[in-house]
Design a protein around this ligand. Structure first.
Ligand code: FE2
Length: 311
């Protein structure tokens, strides 16, 4: 049975989880509102704008031919080169295309607040950019990851609808205490998803598109498994947060992703899921529709920090 402590919501006002609904213990900074939004987007220094530009240039050396076509088109339509974008004009453009806007948040925000913004077609993006010392790897998503990685695809109507539905689904997952499973779905689609374009694999996940080496690894390396997305299976699968993925899941199209998830009876699915994950992130199982089975060499050699080549 759903937890009665997270009542149904219409998403108009911020829904508040009851005391028995698990919520990460994040402290809201004093200067942000109940909605966890910063009062204004911060003013970036010229050095910080230069960090954006250098990151942008680095990504554009690897993404053509590896990033989803819709991503590259969105990037061009939104014109995201030339320093950290101003969210105001960016949101106006997005509004006109798919009704989305981008809003600044100080840090990772609580799940229920994040879901609420998505359900209202507002994408929360970090109000800071990484320093040059953390050029390659950051723990908390910054404005480059959020805006460069996620926002171009919000120009695609189907992806845009999926993102909103994900926000609505979040509240349901909280009711069932199954945020971990829904988090795996986010991870294997919006962060690290691959898409078939004709006979070619392309990346659409923001974690791949905004990072220095994962686009090449995800598309070309022998190590990782590539498996067609199956929502039931993915929501039972563990994932790594601080290294390249041992397994990527592939969609046929954003329409396919939308139908596989939005038309599913999640109440029923959540009732059948255990609290933990069933499958290791390296596993290939009987029901998998395997695109290519990986050697797992990179991970078997120790992965990040071991000196293993991402092959
Ligand atoms: Fe992200």
């Amino acid at each position: 049975m759903p937890h009665t402590h997270c009542p149904p919501t219409d998403f108009i006002r911020l829904p508040l989880p009851g005391p028995e609904c698990y919520a990460a213990p994040l402290q809201r900074p004093a200067h942000v509102g109940e909605d966890w939004l910063e009062p204004a987007q911060r003013a970036y220094t010229s050095d910080e704008h230069a960090v954006w530009d250098d990151l942008f240039i680095r990504q554009m050396k690897v993404l053509p031919g590896r990033a989803a076509m819709a991503f590259l088109e969105g990037l061009e339509r939104l014109d995201l080169s030339g320093g950290v974008p101003e969210f105001g004009p960016l949101s106006e453009k997005l509004q006109a295309m798919t009704g989305w806007s981008v809003v600044p948040v100080p840090m990772l925000i609580p799940d229920h607040v994040f879901f609420w913004h998505l359900a209202n077609r507002r994408f929360p993006a970090g109000n800071f950019i990484r320093s040059r010392q953390c050029f390659d790897y950051i723990e908390e998503p910054d404005v480059f990851h959020d805006v460069f990685g996620h926002v171009p695809l919000l120009t695609d109507p189907t992806y845009a609808d999926y993102m909103q539905e994900y926000g609505r689904a979040g509240w349901k997952a909280m009711q069932h205490n199954r945020l971990k499973a829904l988090g795996a779905l986010y991870w294997y689609t919006l962060e690290f998803g691959l898409i078939m374009e004709g006979d070619d694999l392309r990346a659409y996940g923001a974690g791949i598109l905004s990072g220095p080496s994962e686009a090449v690894f995800a598309i070309e390396a022998q190590s990782p498994n590539r498996i067609m997305l199956n929502v039931d299976r993915v929501m039972r699968t563990d994932y790594v947060i601080d290294d390249l993925q041992p397994t990527y899941f592939v969609i046929e199209s954003f329409r396919d992703l939308y139908h596989q998830t939005v038309e599913r009876d999640f109440d029923r699915l959540y009732r059948s899921l255990g609290a933990g994950f069933t499958y290791a992130n390296t596993a290939v199982i009987d029901v998998d529709n395997v695109v290519s089975r990986g050697s797992l060499e990179y991970h078997l050699r120790g992965g990040r920090g071991s000196g293993a080549a991402p092959v």
